[in-house]
Ligand binder design. Structure first.
Ligand code: SF4
Length: 297
């Protein structure tokens, strides 16, 4: 079948840098052992498994502070999603060797939140509950100073002190279409609120490409891990903005032949944490795929 390779797709610079830092640490004989990664370096189990072969230990689950309790010596690597100052402080107190792979775009959001706190703002952070990026970013402020909003249902729970200036900040891997409605609602509630769109350029370019190029496709396959927020957002924008069917697959083996029946052109894109060989395999599979001819009645 005809395959449109949606471009840009796949690894962003933040992920490439983080993975390079882990590989370099693992190959450096002078690096203090054991080497732990606090969380998954990227949200892709294949990429993580590749790095584990180098002898690094990925700690998964819970929040970063609790995970850090499992690290008593050696090196700890902070992931591209960033960590709170409390995590950095505890690692320092423990005497751990630290490799910080936080993406510069995430660091910029941390700095922004720090500045907004200093300037006296109540901060509303639009992000995904349970994701490590909001955990790190919100940790830049005293407890209660940043309130997390994921859906419109959360708006009713907001408590903003009277007279307090309000700032709205977004997570880097959301979609601008998704956040637009929430920001709109928030601006109705807080007309003077400052809005800081922190969706990173890599995320934005991949989403815009997926929406534009999906117009030439009957359906779109997104290669990415189910835990990858930016991969899930790619599926969402193709479905909701480009109005095309879209499916998330981890590998070519996840493609359901039923999706391809009667389709001529399929677009392929990938989340910014997806190894390119997985995307290549999906493209090769689809290019070689010959759907069964539809029987003539
Ligand atoms: S998706 Fe954006 S914020 Fe996340 S690592 Fe990549 S460039 Fe950085």
């Amino acid at each position: 079948m005809q395959v449109i390779r949606i471009t840009p797709r796949g690894y962003c610079y933040g992920v490439v840098d983080a993975m390079t830092m882990v590989r370099r640490a693992a190959q450096d004989p002078a690096m203090a052992r054991p080497i732990h990664v606090l969380g998954l370096i990227v949200h892709n189990r294949h990429a993580v498994a590749e790095l584990d072969k180098w002898g690094v230990i990925h700690l998964d689950g819970q929040d970063r502070l609790s995970l850090l309790d499992q690290v008593t010596s050696g090196t700890v690597i902070f992931t591209a999603h960033g960590v709170s100052p409390a995590v950095k402080e505890r690692a320092r107190k423990r005497g751990l060797n630290v490799v910080d792979a936080t993406c510069p775009d995430v660091t910029r959001t941390h700095d922004l939140i720090g500045q907004l706190v200093e300037d006296g703002f109540a901060i509303i952070y639009i992000g995904k509950k349970g994701h490590p990026e909001p955990e790190g970013a919100m940790g830049e402020a005293p407890p209660g100073r940043v309130q997390l909003v994921e859906t419109e249902d959360d708006l009713a729970d907001l408590v903003i002190p009277a007279q307090s200036p309000v700032a709205i900040v977004t997570q880097t891997t959301l979609s601008r279409w998704d956040t637009a409605a929430l920001i709109d609602r928030l601006q109705q509630k807080f007309p003077q609120a400052q809005v800081h769109n922190e969706i990173c350029m890599a995320t934005q370019l991949r989403q815009e490409a997926a929406v534009t190029q999906a117009e030439q496709c009957d359906l779109v396959i997104v290669v990415g891990d189910e835990r990858s927020n930016n991969s899930n957002r790619l599926v969402q924008v193709v479905q909701e903005v480009a109005h095309r069917p879209a499916y998330l697959v981890g590998t070519a083996a996840d493609i359901d032949p039923g999706w391809l029946i009667g389709q001529k052109t399929v677009g392929v894109t990938a989340g910014s944490s997806t190894p390119s060989q997985l995307t290549r395999q999906v493209i090769e599979f689809l290019e070689a795929y010959q759907p069964d001819p539809v029987p003539v009645a």
